[in-house]
Design a protein around this ligand. Structure first.
Ligand code: SF4
Length: 93
């Protein structure tokens, strides 16, 4: 291997290795289930004190922008401040 091609190979390895952490740290693509949202009459605006964060059906996903609702499958972006008529008080027994 000539000196030039060895340098080129080292640069390429350095470039790839330097970018690898960026590729690995990319968040997964969020999913959104618009059909289920519309069927539930989900909105991204709270109804007064009623919002997804204090609903029993919500699970926050700190690796995504939002969370999950048991009634909206395959959706990672349910807003903590969203609301739908199936809201259920998290503190209720
Ligand atoms: S049931 Fe409605 S209010 Fe409760 S988490 Fe799901 S979308 Fe939000």
């Amino acid at each position: 291997m000539s000196e030039i091609s060895r340098r080129a190979a080292l640069r390429l390895i350095t470039f790839v290795a330097g970018g690898l952490p960026l590729v690995l740290s990319e968040p997964a693509v969020a999913r959104r289930n618009q059909t289920a949202r519309e069927a539930l009459k989900y909105t991204e605006r709270a109804d007064g004190a009623k919002h997804c964060t204090n609903c029993k059906n919500f699970k926050q996903d700190y690796s995504q922008r939002g969370g999950h609702c048991v009634y909206i499958p395959d959706d990672d972006e349910v807003s903590p401040l969203g609301y739908c008529p199936l809201w259920t008080d998290r503190t209720a027994p």
